[in-house]
Design a binder for this molecule. Structure first.
Ligand SMILES: Nc1ncnc2c1ncn2[C@@H]1O[C@H](COP(=O)(O)OP(=O)(O)OP(=O)(O)O)[C@@H](O)[C@H]1O
Ligand SMILES: [Mg+2]
Length: 251
């Protein structure tokens, strides 16, 4: 139910953009608070500070990548391992089974000395509507999960990082329980321009001092859609046409 995330899956990816950078720093600071082995005089519990992180925002803005970079930081700095909770393992159709699966998985994590629990697409565990038993079962899942989050004090050396792109569907009471609750926004055009330069470099194309027109940059909502543009041209064998287009779209 609980899968240790292998070191090889935690390679760090350079993220472009101030907000991504700031969010990584904030999460890493929380990691320091939870896992640093110094004497603490500060009463984190009093301030309801927990090792809990929720990243939300539209698809492709870098939520999973941010989480991965931070898990890599925890592993490299403190030797702390991360674990993945698999949604499809938790949600099964038997009445009551999902709640038991959730309970067992959280217990398994609880018994570790330390660790980070990573739940990508956390909405799926908490609001999946396909479960038999519907509402009552989902409510019990949420209650089980919330109870766990409530007990997750800083001194337990445990963290929880969740990501979602359907934030509106997450229960309000649960949202409040995340010490870092951050919407990752679409990148700015100048950040997209920087990412274009990186992609060009990776594609082995040299265009000096790239300054793309904003109309062109506006076509791309996220860095992922820029990657998609390159992906398509690479697979279509049309890198030369792509280069011409990019040159044409340069100021
Ligand atoms: N700011 C960024 N800088 C560099 N690369 C980025 C950035 N944002 C996204 N990417 C790249 O775009 C791809 C998608 O990012 P990621 O999977 O982290 O997005 P996500 O927000 O988790 O999306 P989803 O909601 O679909 O899960 C990855 O290859 C990632 O490296
Ligand atoms: Mg993701």
């Amino acid at each position: 139910m609980l899968y240790r995330i292998d070191e090889s899956d935690l390679h760090e990816t350079k993220l472009i953009g101030k907000q991504c950078e700031q969010t990584v720093n904030d999460i890493n600071h929380l990691i320091d608070i939870v896992f640093e082995k110094n004497e603490r005089r500060l009463n984190y519990n009093f301030f309801d500070i927990k090792g809990t992180v929720l990243l939300h925002g539209i698809a492709g803005v870098g939520k999973t990548t941010i989480a991965r970079n931070c898990m890599s930081y925890a592993l490299n700095k403190y030797g702390v391992e991360s674990y993945r909770l698999d949604v499809s393992d938790i949600i099964v159709s038997g009445l009551g089974e999902s709640v038991k699966n959730m309970h067992d998985t959280l217990n398994e994590f609880e018994e570790l000395n330390e660790g980070i629990l990573f739940i990508d697409e956390i909405d799926k565990v908490l609001i999946d509507r396909t479960v038999v038993g519907e509402l009552s079962e989902m409510k019990r899942l949420l209650i089980e999960f919330m109870g766990y989050v409530d007990n997750l004090t800083v001194d337990k050396k445990k963290m929880l990082i969740g990501c979602t792109n359907v934030y509106e569907q997450i229960d309000e009471a649960l949202k409040r329980r995340f010490s870092i609750n951050e919407e990752i926004h679409r990148p700015l055009n100048e950040e997209k321009n920087d990412f274009f330069s990186i992609c060009l470099l990776e594609a082995g194309i040299h265009i000096p001092a790239l300054g793309l027109k904003s109309d062109f940059l506006n076509r791309f909502e996220t860095m992922d859609s820029i990657k998609g543009y390159f992906r398509k041209n690479i697979l279509d064998g049309s890198l030369d046409q792509m280069k011409t287009e990019i040159e044409h779209e340069t100021i």
